[in-house]
Design a protein around this ligand. Sequence first.
Ligand code: UFG
Length: 345
Amino acid sequence: MNKDRILVTGGVGYIGSHTVVELQKAGYPVVIIDNLSNSNRDVLDGIERITGIRPDFVEADCTDMEALKALFAKYPDIRGIINFAASKAVGESVQKPILYYRNNLNTLMNLLDLMPTHGVKGIVFSSSCTVYGEPDVNPVTEQSPIKTATSPYGNTKQICEEIITDVIRSGAPIKSVILRYFNPVGAHPSAEIGELPNGVPQNLLPYLTQTAIGIRKELSVFGDDYNTPDGSCIRDYIDVVDLAKAHVIAVERMLTEKSESSIEIFNLGTGNGLSVLQLINAFESATGVKVPHKIVGRREGDIEKVWANPAHANNVLGWTADTPIEDTMRNAWAWQLKLRERGIM
Ligand code: UFG
C-alpha cells in the first residue's frame, strides 16, 4: 500500500534531514519546505545518495501563508506534517526576541490553520527538554513540572505546545505528537549528512569536533564547580538517527489512528546523563583523537543537570535510543572529516 505524503518543514536542517532519510527508507513520499536560512541545499544531494530518492523541495518560508497555500495546492496528497522549521539559538533569541517569536509561532500557526482544509491529519512538533528548565528531580518524565522559560527560544517551545493544545481542544480535526528532545548529537553513519553550524558553534559536540580537527584551538568546558560527580554539567546526548526514527513512528501513529489521544507528548532521550568531561572522554576513546580543552567559568543560563526518563516513549512507541555513545562519537568525527575532505571546513 502506498504511504501518505509527509510535509517536512525545515527538512534541509540537521534533525530534519536525518528524519527525511528515515521517512524515505520507511516508504513515505516526502516534500520539504525550507527557507535555507540555516542550511544548505547540498544536503538534498546527501539525502539522495543515502536513500536513492531525491525528496521534493520547495524553497520558501513557512511564515509566508501564500507560499504554504501554494504548496498544499501543488501537493494535495500531504496527510502528515513534521515541523522542524524554527530558529534555535538560545543566545540569539535573547538578542532578537521578535525574530524568534515571529518565526517559531507564525510557522506553527500557519500550519495548524491550513491543516483541516487540506485534509492533513496530524502534526509532529519538535519541542525540547528546555521546557523542564532546571529540574528538581532527574530523570524527568513528561509529568515533570514545566518551568518558566529562561530565553525567548525556550518560551517559543512552551507557547507552541500550548497553541497546539488549544487548537486541538477547540475541536480542530487534527492530531499532534509533541516530541521533547534532549541533546541531539552525531551524524548519519554514511557521513553524507550531519550537523553544519553557521559560524562558531554554540553547542558542545560541533565545537568539540572542530577543535579535534584543528579549526578551534581549544574547547572551553563551561564550569567544573557544579553539583555533579566531576563538577561539569550533565545532559542526555541522543544520537540524531535514533531521534529521527522516533519521528517515523510518531507519524505512523497519527496516520493509522493508533494514537491514544489527540495530543501525545514524549521525551526523547537515552535515559543516561553524561557530563561534559565524560563526553570528551567518550569521544577521545572512541576515535583515538585528543581534544585540547580547558576549564573556564560557567556559561550564563546553563542548566546544571537534566536527563530523560524515556520509559513512556520506550513503552508506547516501542522505541529506544540504543546507539552506543562511542558509535555516535565516531559518526560525528567521520562527518567532521568529510567536511574537511569536501573543503567545506
Ligand atoms: N558546553 C561547553 N563548552 C562549549 C559548549 C557547551 O562546556 O563550548 C557545555 C554546556 O555548558 C552544557 C553542555 O556543554 O553543559 C551542552 O551544551 P549545548 O550548548 O550543546 O546544549 P544545551 O544543553 O545548553 O542546549 C541544548 C540545545 C538548546 C535547548 C537545550 C535544552 O542547544 O536548543 O539543550 O536544555 F534549548
